[in-house]
Structures are given as C-alpha cells and as structure tokens.
Design a protein around this ligand. Structure first.
Ligand code: NAI
Ligand code: MG
Length: 810
C-alpha cells in the first residue's frame, strides 16, 4: 500500500476496475454455450457447429457461439417472413411502443451491456458505458418516434420486407441498433448476423426482445462467421441487405446481390482526413485527434486517420501530440481510468503491426510513447507517422488501429486536394476558428459527414454513410428511413403481398455485341417508300459528334418502316461523353434558381416544337393520340423538375453537443442514364431532368427501340441555355453502353431502365468503384403516372446526403 503522500507524489493511477460479475453470471447461466435466436426462441444450431469467442484483453475464451448453417439461416428467414405481415399490419403506433420498450430495456440493463461489450470487444468501459450503449438506446428512442410518424411523414411508403443485416465487430451493439431500429420502425422484420468476434451483446439483445414480448420472428439473430453472412446475403427470401464492414466484403455483397432485386445499403471503410488550419485552437485539435484516432483503438470506420496540418503549425502540433500521447493509458478495458483498450482480435493486431512495419519500410517516421503496452492480450500503442508521402500505403490503406499519419499543406486548395486524394469518402473534419473557411471547405470535401471543430460525434437524428468506395445509403436521420421502405405502387402494381421483389434475374448474359434488345423488327418487311431523312449523331459536350465506330443502327417505326439511322456509340464515345460531363461539373455550383430557369426554358422550347415531336413519336408508335399525350406529359414533367430544382431542400438535424447538423443534398456527380424503351421521350425527360435539376451532369443512352425523340431533343437543349456537357447523348446498343457506363471508374452513378439481364449486369459491374445504381430489373413502369414517373424517389436517387456538423449555441 502506498501512502497518500506517495500517491500525490507520483500521481499514478491505481486500478479502478469495473466488476465483470454480472456479465460472468449471464454467461454462466447459459453454460457459456450460446444458441441461435429464431422465431422468438433459443435454438441449437442445426449445423451442430460451434466456435469460440474470446476476451482480446487476455486471450481467454468467453463463450462458445453457434455457427449457423444453411438450414439455420433458412429457419431464420422463414421466421422473419412469417412475422412480416403481422408486424406491418399492427401499424406505426404499436411498433413505436415496442421500440420504446426496447430502448427502455437497453437503458435499464445498460451496465450489463457495457461490461459484456468491453469483455468481448476489448473497448474501454468508459466508452462502452458512456458512448456505445447510450447511443444504442438513443437510436431506439429516436426510431420509436419515426415508427409513430411513419404514416404521416412517409405517405405511400411500405416496408421493404425481410431484411438481412450484417454487422462488424467494432461497435457491436451500436451497429445492431443502427440496423434494427430503423428496420423495425418502418415495418420490416430482421435476420441479424453479428460479427463472429463480438456476438454476445446481440444475444443479450435477443433476450431483451423476449422480455418486451416482441412478436416472434420480428428479430432473429444468427451467429457465425462470413459463411453465415454469405448465406444471409444469398437467401432468396431476403428483400434487402444492410451491411457494415470492409470495402472488400461490401464489394463481394454488391456482386452477389446483383440482379436479385434486393435493396442494398453498404457502410464501408474509410481513410478520413482531419484538416487543421493555422488559425485552429491547437489544444482543442489535440483532444480532437485523441477522439479521432484513439477512440475505440482507432477501429472506427470514420476514424480521422489522416491529419492534414497547415505548414506553419505542423511542428507545434506534432510536439503537442507527442506530449499528449505520452499521457494516454493503454490497458485493461474494464479499468475505468483506461483510455485505450485491447485490439479486437489477434488477426486485427497482426494487420496493424504489418501495416506499421510497411510504413517504416516506406521511410515514414514513427512516433510512439516511451511506455510499453501490457504484454498479455492484444494491445497496440497510440502511434503517429510523420514524413509520410500521400501515395504511400499508410496514407491510403485503412489501418483500423490506433495509427495516424500526418501530412502538411500550404493553402486551403491544397488541403482539399489532399483530403480528397483517397478512394474513400466516409467522413472528414475541419479545424479552424474561421467560420468562412470552414464553410468554404465543407462542400468541397468528398465525404458523407463533415465535422467542423469536432470529430467522431454521432447521433440518431443525423444520417451517416459514405461517398465513393465508402458505400451508399444512410443510417440515422430522416434520410436513413428511405433504406427501409419502398414506394407502395411497386407492390400494388404486381398485385402481390409484401416483400415482393419481382422476378430475380437468373440470366447473366450480357447484351454486349448481341442483337439490339428490342429486336427492332429487323425482319419486318418495310411498307411504303423509305422516308429516311437523316442520321442523328451523338451529342457530346454540347456538340453533335460522329460515332467513333463509324457504324450506324437503323431505326424503324410502326410496321417496321425504316425511319432513319442513329450512330452506334461505343466505349470511346462513352469515354468522351463522361469527360465532357466532368468538364461541365460547375453546373452543380450554379444556383438552384438558375437550374430551375434553364429547365423551364427547356419546357418552353419543347412546347414550341410540340407538334414536330408528336409527329416524330407517332412515326415510331403509329398512335398519334398517344404521341400527342406523351409530348404533353413531357412538358408537364419538365415543369415538375424545374419546380423542384430550387425546392429539394436539405434539413437541419437537431443533434446534441452544441451542434446543429446541416443535411445537404449533394448531386452524385456524373450520372449514366440508360432510358427505357417505353415512352421514348417521356422516359428520357423523366430521368434526365431530375438528375440535372439537382446538379448532376449526365450521359444519357436513349431508348434503343426509338432513339429519335431523344436525338431530336438536343436541338431543344441547344436553344435552352443548357451548358454544353451537362446532358450528353450516346445512342447505340443499350446493353453494351450500359455495361461501359457501369464499369467506368469516373462515373458516379448509373440508372438503368431496361431488361432484367441488363440490370444484373449494371449492378455487378458497378462494384468496381462501388458507384450508386438504380435499376428496375425489367419490370417497367407507367411513365405517364405521376406516382411512378416523378416524385422524391427520383431526387433521392440523384443525390447523396452530406451531414455537416456545425457548432451552434452553447
Ligand atoms: P469483414 O468485412 O470481413 O466483416 C464484417 C462482417 O461481414 C462480419 O459480420 C463478417 O462475418 C461478415 N462477412 C465476412 N465475409 C462475408 C461474406 N462473404 N458475406 C457476408 N458477410 C460476410 O471485416 P473483418 O474481416 O472483420 O475486418 C477486416 C478489415 O475490414 C478490418 O481490418 C478493417 O480494416 C475493415 N473493417 C471495417 C469496418 C468498418 O466499419 N468500416 C468494420 C470492420 C472491419
Ligand atoms: Mg470477442
């Protein structure tokens, strides 16, 4: 025992351990052998397989977990399906009561949850107790509210159906809540697969579901490793997959679900910049770095793992950081005075060690504190790399450990360039005392979340999710709800029950080099004299362009009459069009009012040539009345999108901690739009107009069967002040062009309204850069119906939400 005087002398912390006894009792009561939670009951795995989960702080086993096999997943999906109709039909208020009850139970058992989480994951009890568990409860409260408001606030929306949810090990219960709360609120049922390293709190949560009397099958928990995850992903009875984890597995899931009609949201890796300007408050910055990279041992998808410091303060910042690193305490996660706990697994520790070694080999300078970590268990000290080159492995790869790299910049422009020099786009933080500078930089950062003078703060009211290879979809906030609903008309249209996804496409054949999709009546003998008037060219960068191939395709009208020819665009034409679309990017920075004006003008000019367009369409379909209606509808639709251009407002979320959060709708960038055959003019207008209304630039592939309405349209664009490159038109074989767009790394999103096979191909090929896709699996829609041909769905598909956390109030 040291005397009080000695303690004052050394100021050493004594151990302040949190007791593990309750958690141990919970495990012992279950003989430390866990079952699967299916249909509201605990079941032995039919696979008969188990594996061990350990405490990473001491390497000791905690429990045996069931490895769910095919029959187990089958049972779980079946139970979720069986529960769906009842859960949906009970309505928002009843669901709100259940979610509220779950939130209350999480709070009432918060200490047990926190201790179990720290034991299984290795994170410090201070974090599980003060951050993970309270935020998880907050998520259920917040979404109890959304369940209550669903009918009023999301009119016409229906649940997606049975949702498969796969989560990682870094925030086990918090990620569970991000997944389950919105899904249940919107009337879906769930099969959750926790990470194999950290399944215990999910099983405790299942206990809580039983306690509150959640109807059996609404939540099912199947434990197991990636094989179980893959079974959930591939199960045909699942209507949506929500995944958080590595970009690598996200890509596998994108490819595995391509063409299945499963809705998909992916929250993937990151290499988030932490930008420090010269005028920043450096003491706050240092604490910010602690939160950015030493929170949760740096095992945070949005960890601020790249410090970008302005040259004038870089040395001072490094000195301060080194001093602060010296005072951090690494050790027993259950010790209340520990800052940094254990790395989650030996595998993860090894990965961190390897990457750090690589950083040293690359010539970077490694700073670590003088003290050493506990030898037993998975520990790694806080680490800082300086002298890092922007292209080095440690500056580009997600390390997912307590390791940060520091690079310098001179000007704000350079800071933005460095910040965006990554394939990821999950988060960023900006540190400066100048509100002008911060709000000038925020829109330029390619990231789903931007924190100003704060970092790693989360709240259920704010959406969270990525740009680029960090994935798509949002969790939290109003924007997160859209991941768990679909338009009601889709269901009505097919006249089937809930959870309908249409026919999964089985064919994998591409349309490449095949005959034109529409088999354009090539065999039909033309009647009457051939009124071939001209060959429509492509439209690229505001100019007509001949197709690179030098080939043309015939266009035939009603009865197979040849009407003209269009250029057969190829890969090179698409590349040129994409380049032109990129050059026109300043369209996004025009005022919304300007974009609205331009669209009204397009409508005006289409109206002026309405009869000509109607004649043109009638040549194709032989139905004059329908042609006139289509032109009329197209003019109306242009008005709709002109109207929306300056009204698709973002939101201001009420997040805590002296912040408000600006949820800004930003365009995706360059969109490839492959238009439907039905309604050649209206389909084209319905898709291209909303995309450009919100600031995207577009490469459009018109209807393959009858492209002439779209190629005529470029004359309307030319006369309507649409800047060159904002809308580019490439005619040709739709499947071939769609595949080129979907695999193009400089295209940010592809919309495809064509065949089921083409939809599959687009989704599969999009995995290259994880671009956003919107396809219709060959279902078609009635473009003249407002419910199907316009509305917020189009705007949501054309944008991604950036949440900017701004200091506000006291
Ligand atoms: P992971 O992506 O393999 O695991 C995440 C979840 O996906 C787990 O539940 C796992 O069982 C499941 N899974 C694995 N393969 C699957 C498949 N083929 N189909 C369906 N589900 C599958 O991540 P892991 O292996 O745990 O960590 C590897 C690296 O990934 C880490 O070092 C880190 O860099 C990164 N990572 C990033 C996370 C993030 O939130 N951004 C979270 C976890 C890991
Ligand atoms: Mg574990």
């Amino acid at each position: 025992m040291s005397s009080i005087a000695e303690i004052f002398e050394t100021m050493e912390y004594g151990p302040a351990p949190e007791s593990a006894s309750l958690a141990d009792r919970w495990l012992d009561e279950r003989d430390r052998t866990m079952k699967l939670f299916v249909a509201g009951e605990w079941r032995e795995p039919r696979s008969g397989e188990h594996f061990e989960t350990t405490n990473p702080a001491n390497g000791k086993p905690l429990a045996r977990l069931a490895q769910a096999g095919p029959r187990d997943v089958e049972d779980a999906v079946g139970a979720a399906r069986a529960a769906l109709a009842g859960w949906r039909a009970m309505g928002g208020h009843a669901r709100a009561r259940y979610l509220y009850a779950l939130a209350r139970q999480l709070q009432k058992h918060s200490r047990l949850f926190a201790v179990l989480e720290s034991l299984d994951n290795g994170k410090p009890i201070r974090e599980s107790r003060d951050i993970d568990i309270p935020l998880a409860a907050r998520h259920f409260y917040h979404h109890a509210g959304w369940a209550q408001l669903m009918e009023a606030e999301l009119p016409g929306a229906v649940p997606v159906g049975v949702v498969g949810q796969i989560i990682p090990w870094n925030f086990p219960l918090l990620m569970l809540s991000w997944k389950i709360a919105p899904a249940l609120a919107m009337g879906n049922t769930v099969v959750l697969k926790p990470a194999e390293f950290t399944s215990l709190t999910a099983l405790l949560f299942a206990d809580v579901c039983r306690e509150v009397g959640l109807p059996p099958g609404v939540v099912n928990v199947v434990t197991g490793d990636g094989r179980t995850g893959a079974l959930v992903v591939e199960h045909p009875g699942v209507d949506k997959i929500a995944f958080t984890g590595s970009t690598e597995v996200g890509r596998i899931i994108r490819i595995a679900t391509a063409g299945s009609g499963k809705k998909l949201s992916l929250e993937l890796g990151g290499k988030s910049p932490f930008v420090v300007f010269e005028d920043a408050d450096l003491d706050s910055v240092v604490e910010g770095v602690v939160d950015a990279i030493w929170f949760n041992q740096g095992q945070v998808c949005c960890a601020g793992s790249r410090i970008l410091a302005q040259e004038g303060i870089a040395d001072r910042l490094v000195a301060k950081l080194r001093a602060r690193m010296e005072t951090l305490r690494v050790g027993d996660p259950l010790d209340k005075a520990v800052d940094i706990g254990a790395i989650n697994s030996p595998q993860q520790l090894q990965k961190i060690q390897e990457l750090v070694r690589q950083g040293q080999d690359e010539g970077a300078t490694l700073w670590q504190p003088s003290w050493s970590c506990p030898q037993e268990g998975c520990f790694f000290p806080p680490s800082l790399f300086t002298d890092v080159s922007p292209s080095s492995v440690v500056a580009q790869e997600e390390i997912f450990g307590p390791v940060v790299v520091l690079m310098t910049f001179r000007t704000p422009g350079e800071a933005v360039e460095l910040a965006n020099n990554t394939r990821y786009g999950l988060a960023a933080s900006v540190w400066t005392e100048s509100v002008n500078l911060a709000l000038d930089i925020a829109p330029k950062l390619v990231a789903g979340t931007v924190w100003i003078n704060c970092t790693n703060v989360f709240d259920a009211a704010s959406g969270f999710g990525g740009y680029r290879e960090s994935g798509f979809g949002r969790e939290g906030g109003r924007e997160g709800l859209w991941e768990y609903v679909k338009p009601g008309w889709q269901e009505k249209k097919r006249g089937q029950g809930t959870g309908d996804r249409g026919q999964p496409a089985t064919a994998t054949a591409t349309e490449n080099d095949a005959a034109p999709e529409s088999e354009s009546a090539a065999a039909v003998v033309p009647a009457g004299p051939p009124p071939i008037d001209r060959t429509a060219k492509l439209y690229v960068g505001g100019k007509q362009a001949r197709p690179d191939s030098g080939y043309s395709l015939p266009v035939r009208g009603a009865g197979g009459r040849p009407l003209g020819e269009v250029g057969r665009g190829n890969r090179k034409d698409v590349r040129n069009a994409v380049e032109a679309a990129h050059k026109a990017a300043k369209w996004a920075r025009q005022t919304a009012h300007n974009r609205a004006q331009v669209l009204f003008y397009v409508a005006e000019n289409l109206a002026a040539r309405g009869e000509e367009f109607a004649r043109r369409l009638a040549q194709g379909s032989g139905d004059e009345a329908a042609a006139a209606r289509e032109v009329d509808d197209a003019i109306r639709r242009l008005y709709t999108w002109a109207a929306w251009a300056d009204k698709y407002d973002g939101l201001v979320h009420q997040t805590p901690f002296r912040n408000v959060t600006l949820a800004m709708n930003e365009p995706l960038g360059v969109l490839g739009i492959v238009c439907p055959d039905e309604a050649p003019l209206l389909g084209f207008v319905s898709l291209v107009a909303p995309a450009v209304a919100v600031g995207n630039t577009v490469v459009a592939v018109p209807s393959e069967r009858f492209p002439l309405a779209a190629t005529d349209f470029y004359q309307v664009l030319d006369t309507s002040d649409v800047p060159g490159g904002v809308v580019n038109i490439v005619t040709g074989l739709r499947g071939e062009l769609a595949a080129t767009l979907a695999s193009h790394d400089d295209v940010d999103g592809v919309w495809y309204f064509g065949t089921a096979e083409g939809s599959t191909e687009v989704e599969r090929l999009s995995a290259g850069n994880m671009k956003r896709t919107w396809v219709d699996y060959g279902r078609g829609r009635d473009w003249s119906a407002a419910e199907q041909g316009e509305g917020r769905e189009f705007l949501r598909q054309a944008t991604q939400v950036k949440n900017i956390w701004v200091p506000y109030g006291e």
